[in-house]
Design a protein around this ligand. Structure first.
Ligand SMILES: [Zn+2]
Length: 421
């Protein structure tokens, strides 16, 4: 079966690598022993080549996998060529040396052993130094009785976004490791300090979700990110990061995913509920950097911050269990988000400069609007002048601000639309 370079690259990075690969896949077997290629990404993460791997852009990787050395030069930039050559010259050796995991042996993670068919909860870092307490986040691991992929579920990276924390807790509580295939690793409260104090950020006011993949030096955010990234995320075959809308905003239930990557798109639509909004995520975000490291990653936005919302939690749980079914970790039937609920484009409509005031929306979440439609008004409380908020584009309202005083540039409506529109 012939696959396009992009497809093949996605397969090599993605969840499909766990499924049998046809013998005739172009190029792969020519460079690497075919049964090892699909573990190479993981090997890189265990070496010093993580940063080099990030520099290997997608086209380069795709051409390397699909066509071998002959076309690398036409695709790769100079800085990547060095890594591509390293990969070719060392890849076979590294791959061939990879130990074949024996599933009957206990799994090693963060100094713990988790036997097949069992689960465990323990602190990430048992150190007792002052700063270690910030990395002392809970870790839940369920090691399935049977081999399979590793799904990582993360939540609470923004300490005020608590619905996801409860989704992660319930998802883990409902897993029976005796019936599970593969491994579920849950980091339910990554920003534990922020969660305890109802704070989105770390105590030094940094956003942990801009610090990935982190480094072994620098701010506490980068230290935490580095520890999580190298010790846990590098072990994942797929990652679902649970968030909520930010303060004073509301969202349709939505998955955010880089739709240009087929493996990530597949993961996203198998959340099975809500809509998918395309986008690669900001630099330094857990989702973006995990995807850059070759591991399919998505975000799910579950309701509002600061409170537990039962409906949102149940929806998130449904989605996570769908993803597990898709990965064949459970025997459940999985569901897909239909194509017409997958949006390739989105943008925020903001308050016009100098036109802040009291915001009163008339359009609602889920409304389909046309270019030129009125979405609400902003009233200047000093002059009583009222300014209509006019939609500059057509689309569906997938997120919006609640009625409140707003200033110039404040994001009011999040509109999403399809490629064809
Ligand atoms: Zn968030």
């Amino acid at each position: 079966m012939l696959r396009s370079p992009v497809e093949t690259a996605a397969l090599s990075r993605g969840i499909h690598r766990l499924k049998p690969q046809p013998e005739s896949d172009v190029g792969v077997g020519a460079i690497f022993p075919s049964n090892y290629i699909f573990d190479l990404n993981r090997l890189y993460l265990h070496t010093d080549y993580l940063s080099a791997r990030k520099q290997l852009n997608r086209e380069c990787w795709a051409s390397l996998i699909s066509s071998g050395l002959s076309v690398i030069r036409s695709y790769c930039r100079g800085r990547n060529l060095v890594f591509a050559l390293w990969l070719v010259t060392n890849g076979v050796t590294v791959a061939a040396a990879a130990p074949t995991a024996d599933w009957s042996e206990p799994m090693q993670l963060l100094g713990r052993q988790i036997a097949p068919g069992t689960s465990s909860k323990f602190p990430f870092n048992p150190d007792r130094s002052f700063e270690a307490s910030y990395v002392n986040i809970p870790v839940f691991v369920a090691r399935g009785q049977a081999p399979g992929p590793t799904l990582c579920l993360t939540a609470g990276i923004h300490g005020d976004e608590i619905n996801g924390v409860e989704v992660a807790r319930r998802a883990f509580a409902r897993v029976n490791p005796k019936e599970l295939r593969g491994t579920l690793i849950v980091l339910p409260i990554i920003n534990a300090e922020g969660f305890r104090s109802g704070n989105r950020y770390l105590p030094d006011r940094r956003d942990l979700n801009r610090a990935f993949p982190g480094s072994s030096g620098g701010s506490v955010a980068r230290l935490i990110a580095h520890a999580i990234f190298t010790k846990v995320v590098s072990r994942c075959d797929a990652l679902v990061d649970l968030h909520t809308a930010s303060n004073q905003r509301t969202n349709l239930p939505q998955v955010r995913a880089d739709l240009s990557d087929p493996a990530i798109r597949e993961l996203a639509i198998h959340f099975g509920l809500g809509i998918v909004v395309g986008g690669s995520g900001p630099d330094g975000s857990l989702r973006g950097e995990t995807a850059n490291a070759g591991i399919p990653a998505i975000i799910y936005e579950a309701g509002e911050p600061f409170r537990f919302q039962e409906d949102e939690i149940e929806r998130g749980l449904y989605g996570v269990e769908n993803v597990m079914a898709y990965l064949e970790m459970t025997a459940q039937v999985d569901r897909e988000i239909p194509d017409d609920r997958v949006y390739q484009h989105s943008r925020w409509i903001r308050t016009t400069a100098g036109k802040g005031g009291f915001f009163f929306p008339t359009a609602e979440l889920g409304d389909f609007v046309r270019k030129g439609d009125s979405l609400g008004k902003i009233v200047d409380p000093l002059t009583d002048a009222s300014i209509e908020v006019i939609s500059p584009i057509a689309g569906e309202i997938v997120g919006m601000a609640v009625p409140q005083p707003v200033l110039s540039g404040y994001a009011l409506f999040h509109l999403a639309w399809h490629d064809s529109e």
